[in-house]
Design a protein around this ligand. Structure first.
Ligand SMILES: NC(=O)c1ccc[n+]([C@@H]2O[C@H](COP(=O)([O-])OP(=O)(O)OC[C@H]3O[C@@H](n4cnc5c(N)ncnc54)[C@H](O)[C@@H]3O)[C@@H](O)[C@H]2O)c1
Length: 256
């Protein structure tokens, strides 16, 4: 099974690994933007095309970019939030949620996605590494230690605190920021103890999430990548299945 060069969609070989993962927390699925591509949510690279092609990611997804032009970043996220609200879970999200209902306690989803499609599909446990695009948070802590809800901010692009003037920002992890420590610790623990890690729709370019595949492999799990294109972590996998989330996840998980 140690065959990182196996890039043909060998579904039968990978499906044969599933019974061994049917134990408490035996299966982890690490998802990236490609997981939601067939729900109509652009991957990070796609999101750089069209209207926003003139900005680089550091301008749109970093604290420096936000401080430089808060309205530009707020408006970009407002458009992405609308896209997430309009989107529906695709057949891949549904296959994971159906598997979870049939085999409670087996599946942990670890996602880099900031959309809520795993939750809406009905997966019981999703560890969110990069935050939640539908939530707001304060750019900086309140100088008076008031801990106000960002929902109380004065509406604007972006909204701001009526008292301190502090800005509200999207509740996502930007470039250069640390992941929520508890979420990442839970993700590391989940991949260390699983028997099978499916890595779905990630380029493997964003760290530290990309390191979870190698961590799982070192801890003894089988690692399978599902992606229509090459990723930067293909060499960490035992198998690479070339195809999309909405096609391969139902085919793989539907039979068990
Ligand atoms: N839906 C979302 O929440 C969303 C969308 C865009 C970006 N992001 C953020 O951008 C960062 C980028 O990292 P990333 O690796 O997640 O995304 P990425 O954009 O770097 O890579 C997307 C990957 O998905 C693959 N892909 C495209 N269509 C697919 C499909 N139908 N099925 C399976 N795979 C498919 C691509 O080949 C690529 O490897 C992450 O931090 C993530 O939080 C999130």
């Amino acid at each position: 099974m140690q065959d990182p060069m196996n890039t043909k969609p060998d579904l039968t070989g990978v499906a044969a690994l599933l019974p061994g993962a049917l134990r408490p927390r035996g299966l982890v699925v690490l998802t990236g933007a490609g997981m939601s591509a067939e729900s109509g949510i652009a991957t990070f690279r796609d999101a750089q095309s069209g209207l926003w092609a003139r900005f680089d990611p550091m301008q749109l997804a970093s604290e420096e970019g936000f401080r430089e032009d808060p309205q530009r970043v707020w408006d970009w996220y407002a458009e992405r939030r609308e896209g997430v609200r309009r989107a529906e879970p695709n057949a891949g999200h549904v296959a994971l949620a159906d598997f979870d209902r049939r085999h409670p306690g087996v599946l942990t989803v670890v996602t880099q996605n900031v959309d809520d499609l795993h939750q809406r599909a009905g997966v019981a446990e999703t560890i969110r590494l990069h935050g939640d695009i539908l939530r707001d948070k304060w750019l900086e802590p309140c100088p008076r230690g008031l801990g106000c809800d960002p929902a109380t901010a004065v509406p604007g692009r972006p909204p701001r605190c009526a008292d301190c003037g502090h800005l509200v920002r999207p509740g996502v992890v930007w470039f250069g920021e640390a992941l929520p420590p508890q979420a990442f610790a839970l993700a590391e623990e989940a991949v260390r103890r699983c028997r099978l890690l499916l890595v779905v729709g990630t380029s493997g370019a964003v760290w530290p999430a990309a390191g979870l595949a190698a961590l799982a492999r070192r801890a003894g799990a089988m690692v399978v990548i599902i992606n229509p294109a090459d990723s930067e972590i293909d060499a960490d996998a035992n198998h690479v299945l070339r195809g999309t989330a909405a096609t391969l996840l139902p085919a793989l998980l539907g039979a068990i």
